[in-house]
Design a protein around this ligand. Structure first.
Ligand code: TTP
Ligand code: MG
Length: 393
């Protein structure tokens, strides 16, 4: 079966929201960052409007450098909570088209709309509609790529930014990718790019032309992977619960249950496992997803994006419990529940995202102390007084 996958990515996301909310910024170079007025180089550019990009301003640049290139720009401090709210509305729009939505970052998602074609039209129809609804409801523009797999859809969405729509018909993937530089391939960073360019390999077509075995010989496993991508092949699924990377736990009850206390305590235990694993990996998650399966196997998920990445039960559990309660239906018994943290960042990465501030130190120390004790005495040695179970109705 030929799949239809959309990759949607908002244009100049934080800056576009600011231009929308402050009409005096429209049509002007707008730079969003932490510490924007600090010309001495402490702040970092989160993003900037397309007007500012003409001056050579870009994400992750020191504000001082942006200032040097574009002193006439409008410099604003971002409002992360607002962007998260807008992001949630965007993700909700995607769910009108399919429940197979994989959020990749705050402003970007894959949609597997294969199953929606009979009802909602072709890939290009759905792409146009997604763009139109985002524009009408949120006064923002998105760029969309439509293709038979994730990789090609992602490349396509980026090609005509801003307000782009690029469709790659099935069977034309290789032709579409051929003239593009190899850095467009997933897994080709600056180092690989340099190594390959020394061999005269600069375009995706150069890789597609190579013998598969030769590429594998030179680059090992990633050679095989690049060869597949260069031919426009990518069979990874759009996976709603997983997101980009995730840590999760789920459990099936011995007997289907409607007991809220049991559900609460089980979810708390699962959350505890997730947060311990997050800390063990020195990672924090920004998206919390819960899953609930009813006795008849009908399964639903719900997720929320947090303003800051988290790795503690104190932060994750209240969110997860609220989401689970939203999924529970009167009189329906529950077979399975699960909780996942995704869109993971290491503390270092979280620090690089200028607007995501690290979790309070106090919270972390508490969690670390807790880990030490549970690691020594097993999972059940401490119960948290802070997390009081709900009163039975
Ligand atoms: P991107 O989608 O990479 O960028 P963008 O939406 O601003 O612009 P484009 O039109 O090229 O897609 O990132 C989405 C948001 O994430 C961006 O608006 C701000 C935030 N961000 C950071 O805070 N730091 C960063 O280094 C990057 C790349 C993005
Ligand atoms: Mg974007």
């Amino acid at each position: 079966m030929i799949r239809t996958i959309l990759h949607v990515d908002m244009d100049a996301f934080f800056a576009a929201v600011e231009q929308r909310d402050h009409p005096e910024c429209r049509g002007k170079p707008v730079i969003v960052g932490s510490d924007p007025r600090d010309g001495r180089g402490r702040g970092i550019v989160a993003t900037c409007s397309y007007e500012a990009r003409k001056f050579g301003v870009h994400s992750a640049q020191p504000i001082s450098e942006a200032w040097r290139r574009c002193p006439q720009g409008i410099y604003v401090r971002g409002d992360m909570a607002k962007y998260v709210r807008v992001s949630e509305r965007i993700m909700a729009i995607f769910l009108q088209f399919t429940d197979r939505v994989e959020q990749v970052s705050i402003d970007e998602a894959f949609l597997d709309v294969t199953g929606s074609r009979t009802l909602l039209g072709s890939g290009i129809d759905m792409a146009r509609n997604v763009k139109q609804i985002i524009c009408q409801d949120l006064q923002l523009t998105a760029s969309v790529g439509v293709a038979g797999n994730k990789f090609v859809a992602k490349v396509a969405s980026d090609l005509q930014k801003p307000d782009g729509l690029v469709v790659v018909e099935p069977g034309r993937e290789q032709e579409f990718l051929a003239p593009l530089p190899i850095r467009r391939l997933w897994g080709v960073g600056p180092k690989t790019e340099e190594a390959l360019s020394r061999l005269g390999i600069r375009l995706i077509s150069d890789i597609a032309r190579m013998e598969r075995a030769e590429l594998a010989l030179r680059l090992g496993q990633s050679g095989e992977h690049l060869w597949q991508l260069a031919h426009g092949r990518d069979d990874r699924e759009v996976s709603p619960e997983e997101g980009f990377k995730s840590i999760g736990h789920e459990t099936t009850f011995d007997r289907d249950t409607g007991d809220r206390r049991l559900l609460h305590d089980t979810l708390l235990e699962l959350t505890e496992k997730v947060s311990r694993r997050l800390r063990a990996h020195r990672a924090r998650g920004r998206v919390i997803t819960v899953k609930l399966r009813e006795a008849d196997f009908s399964t639903s998920t719900r997720r929320t994006t947090l303003p800051q990445p988290v790795d503690t039960t104190e932060k994750i559990f209240p969110v997860a419990w609220r989401l689970i309660q939203g999924l529970m239906r009167q009189g329906k018994l529950v077979r399975l529940i699960g909780v996942y943290a995704s869109h993971l960042a290491t503390p270092e990465e979280a620090g690089q995202l200028p607007l995501f501030e690290p979790a309070p130190e106090r919270d972390r120390k508490l969690a670390q102390a807790f880990d030490k004790i549970t690691n020594r005495f097993g999972d059940h040695s401490i119960t948290r007084a802070a997390l009081v179970p709900p009163r039975k109705k």
